[in-house]
Design a protein around this ligand. Structure first.
Ligand code: SF4
Ligand code: FES
Length: 231
């Protein structure tokens, strides 16, 4: 085990392993910091900024910042609540998220965070861009309307020799995620199911799996996001 250090999160003193990420240190101490692009056990990317906290007064992403002795971390404060809520609202207006008809409803982290932040009507105008739904793959349906470009699929769904099966295409507002055309056969049943699970929203759907558990009995229908961490 690494050296132990003392930090505070919202005034609570925590003794944690030096060098672990703030988001992990918080979780180990019963404090929820929202995440979207981050996935436990996978190298963090720090792209969505939903986990932003204040470290000694400076805004930092909790999923990419390792703890150090004496850090004073602010997490549950109105300023950050509003920033995180604005990020969720921006993601809703950039995509086309129709929760009542989405197969991921109740299991969707974006929807669960919207509930947590009491999002009603986004403060930004809806863009209603036309996006692609690709149903050509035998194992999955890929719906770009719901993709939040977190790249969790790119970072986790890999061939045995470590190649990413999902790939980022284009740049800026044309960026999208596709299956690498040369690796399409490598998306096995097991990896397709895993891809659906790692996707925080309903952008990757394993065929014939969507309605396995009825709405009302799904993960965040039963327990609000973060409630398994907070004590
Ligand atoms: S398909 Fe899902 S996991 Fe992949 S980048 Fe889009 S939202 Fe993230
Ligand atoms: S969860 Fe930390 S930046 Fe996305």
């Amino acid at each position: 085990m690494n050296k132990l250090v003392k930090i505070t999160i919202d005034g609570k003193e925590c003794i944690v392993e030096k060098g672990i990420y703030i988001v992990v240190a918080a979780k180990n101490n019963g404090i929820f910091i929202p995440t979207l692009c981050n996935l436990e056990g996978v190298k963090p990317k720090g792209s969505c900024r939903i986990c932003t906290v204040k470290v000694n007064g400076r805004l930092m992403t909790a999923c990419t910042t390792p703890v150090n002795d004496g850090m004073k971390i602010e997490n549950n404060i109105p300023e950050l609540h509003d920033l995180r809520k604005a990020i969720v609202e921006a993601l809703f207006v950039e995509g086309n998220h129709y929760c009542p008809v989405c197969e991921k409803s109740g299991n969707c982290e974006l929807q669960a965070l919207a509930y947590r932040f009491n999002m009603m009507v986004p403060r930004f105008p809806y863009q209603f861009d036309i996006k692609e739904v690709d149903a050509s793959h035998p194992k999955i349906i890929k719906d770009d309307n719901r993709c939040i470009l977190c790249k969790r699929c790119v970072r986790t769904i890999k061939t045995d020799d470590g190649k990413s099966i999902f790939a980022v295409e284009n740049r800026s507002n044309k960026t999208k995620i596709n299956i690498d055309s040369e690796l399409t056969d490598k998306l096995t049943d097991k990896l397709a199911k895993k891809a659906m699970d790692v996707c925080p929203v309903g952008s990757i759907l394993y065929r014939e799996k969507g309605y396995d558990v009825p709405i009302g009995k799904r993960k965040y229908d039963l327990k609000p996001i973060g409630s398994d961490i907070e004590n």
